[in-house]
Design a protein around this ligand. Structure first.
Ligand SMILES: [Zn+2]
Ligand SMILES: [Zn+2]
Length: 173
């Protein structure tokens, strides 16, 4: 979806409000795709700041299907974040600003790109199903939140192993 920003850039005091919906049911950060379980429509408010500059606000509220980084069970993650961006029109746009607002081309706002940008900045890299998630057994892969598996997961301290070797070497003499 595209919104025309001509009025917002050129008309002093101009404001507009448009309800938009994130079109896709999947969000991809370039590496991982997340299913979108729910999404609220977003009220995008665009207002003129000064000649060639506009301000965009709106609230993103979406729930993503994520995966617990310890036990790999699926966890719904509810994201609420505010869009709060200044954008600049093509007449006075600097190269630096152009990089920051890749979702604006000339007078066109790419709504999907704007929202993607905000999600990428706000979505955590890792989530846990609960703060004290016990994770998976390193031996058999059992989800330890569901109970102990009884595997021997004792990992000897490498320094202790070295001492043991010294003892064993003496014994052999
Ligand atoms: Zn977990
Ligand atoms: Zn186990």
């Amino acid at each position: 979806m595209f919104l025309n920003l001509t009025d917002a850039f050129t008309k002093e005091g101009h404001t507009s409000s448009t309800q938009v919906t994130y079109e896709s049911d999947v969000f991809s950060d370039g590496l991982i795709s997340y299913e979108i379980l729910s999404k609220d429509p977003i009220d995008l408010k665009i207002s003129n700041l000064s000649e060639g500059r506009a301000h965009i606000t709106g609230r993103i509220h979406m729930t993503f299907q994520m995966t617990c980084s310890r036990c790999l069970t699926e966890v719904p993650y509810e994201l609420t974040t505010e869009i709060d961006r200044d954008v600049t029109g093509p007449e006075i746009l600097t190269e630096e600003e152009a990089e920051d607002q890749s979702f604006v081309s000339e007078y066109q706002l790419n709504v999907e790109d704007l929202i993607n940008n905000e999600i990428i900045m706000s979505l955590p890299m890792k989530v846990l199903c609960k703060p004290d998630c016990k994770g998976l057994c390193k031996v058999c892969g059992q989800n330890l939140n569901l109970g102990e598996c009884g595997c021997d997961t004792f990992v000897p301290d490498p320094r202790m192993v070295a001492i043991k070797d010294i003892f064993n070497a003496r014994k052999e003499v």
